[in-house]
Design a binder for this molecule. Structure first.
Ligand code: KG4
Ligand code: ZN
Length: 419
């Protein structure tokens, strides 16, 4: 194992955030700088790959410079450079990889390739001290990575946790035990928000507005993905049979899979908007909100709701609350079923959608009832950042597993194995 102070510069550019961070020994964040392109892409209602690459090129040098200044370090003091290899947008990934390769070469420091999905998991492990201050024991963890591009369940294990020193982690091993067969959960949040004339990205809008709606107003069934309005006063306590599992869990010879599907619920919302003749109301809201957000792009969804409540009718708020209730319920059912079937000692939830307040509340309640530990990242660590990339590289650094000069962007990079 390599010694040294373990100062690693992490670089992340897989989607629409250019990020750089310095992390010591996989656990102490000395700097974490993120330049978001959100307002640029908001105009188009989604990430435009060409624009993303151009913005990364513009931002990469200032972001890295800012991170080094924040950490109070010179480049020569670093022990390694870690960079996101994939998955993500090819052109966007290339900017970070090319920069990291050139820097590593110029400094004569090792380069470490990191899987973005492992980064999301390590955001939580780092903050909780799992595998760093605290040794993993008593079985694997189940990690739900849920973002705009991904919805995956991994069984994560520290293979040599019994005989290693805390602070010098082994590399984690992952088995994919669930994934979406179509849209990611965050993508469904974004698409439904767009259908309803809300801002981009849609997740934070849906989260803020759902609090003012009735989650039982519209019933979404995941098996047949049909929506129907139920009486508002028919507000029963949660009856799990009303919301059957999103996918039939498939048992293969080698293992069980807990897959997801979110494109049906998006179509069900579209149909609901059509059959309930909401189009005119949606168009008015799209125009009014568009004007407000162009004038003040930093305005938060909660501020908009407070300042102009007339933009959000009860039917829309009920639809949003019902959608979120159903999606969170589906994520919960698959995750807790997998945790039980696979003997997980705890659950880690990460990725942009893990910022959702209803998701956090309901996962925490269910975990408490089952006597399971559940952990989330802090809000800043939920969405894309480079501290999670530097943290995830620590095991590889200790094992001396470095990338070569031939490192390329891998847009479809997978994490772990799948039976
Ligand atoms: O991890 P992330 O920053 O980027 C990807 O790797 O995709 O996740 C972004 C996604 C978007 O789809 C966004 O709408 C969603 O996370 N998101 C949320 C919330 N905050 C962000 N979804 C639901 N509720 C939120 N509070
Ligand atoms: Zn991400």
């Amino acid at each position: 194992m390599r010694s040294g102070s373990g100062l690693i510069l992490g670089i992340e550019s897989s989607c629409d955030e250019t990020a750089a961070a310095v992390v010591r020994a996989g656990g102490e964040v000395l700097a974490n700088v993120v330049a978001s392109q959100m307002t640029l892409h908001a105009k188009y209602g989604g990430v435009v790959p060409e624009l993303a690459s151009r913005e990364h090129l513009r931002n990469i040098v200032p972001v890295v410079t800012a991170a080094m200044a924040e950490a109070g370090l010179e480049f020569g003091e670093l022990d390694a450079i870690a960079v996101t290899e994939g998955p993500g947008l090819a052109g966007a990934l290339l900017v970070g990889i090319t920069y990291a390769k050139a820097l590593a070469l110029a400094l004569g420091k090792p380069l470490i390739a990191v899987n973005h999905l492992e980064g999301h998991i390590h955001a939580v492990l780092m903050e909780q001290g799992i595998g760093i201050r605290e040794q993993g024991s008593g079985g694997p963890l189940l990690a739900l990575v849920v973002s705009g591009g991904h919805t995956h369940l991994y069984l994560a294990e520290e293979p040599t946790s019994q005989n290693r020193d805390v602070g010098h982690p082994a590399m984690w091993r992952y088995r994919n035990v669930g994934r979406t067969v179509d849209d990611a959960a965050g993508e469904a949040f974004d698409k439904v928000a767009k259908l309803l004339g809300l801002g981009y990205p849609g997740g934070p809008w849906m989260d803020a507005l759902a609090m003012s709606g009735n989650p039982r107003a519209v019933e979404f069934r995941f098996q047949q993905i049909k929506a129907r309005r139920v009486a508002a006063d028919n507000d029963k306590s949660e009856d799990k049979s009303r919301f059957p599992s999103g996918m039939t869990n498939k048992k293969t010879e080698d293992g069980e899979h807990f897959d997801f599907s979110f494109s049906g619920i998006k179509t069900a919302v579209l149909r609901y908007i059509q059959t309930h003749e909401m189009a005119a109301v949606v168009e008015t809201r799209r125009r009014v909100l568009g004007e407000v957000l162009r004038a003040n792009p930093a305005m938060r969804p909660a501020d908009v709701l407070r300042d102009m409540p007339e933009a959000f009718d009860a039917q829309t708020l009920d639809l949003i609350a019902s959608f979120q209730y159903a999606v969170v319920g589906n994520l919960m059912r698959q995750t807790f079923a997998a945790a039980e079937a696979l003997g997980a000692r705890g659950i880690v939830v990460s990725g942009g959608v893990s910022a959702n307040s209803e998701l956090r509340r309901r996962f925490a309640e269910e975990a408490a009832q089952r006597g399971l530990r559940v952990a989330f990242p802090t809000m800043a660590m939920s969405t894309d950042n480079a501290a999670m990339i530097a943290a995830a590289s620590w095991g590889k650094f200790c094992a001396g597993e470095f990338a070569t000069e031939g490192l390329v962007a891998t847009p479809q990079l997978k994490l772990g194995t799948r039976d």
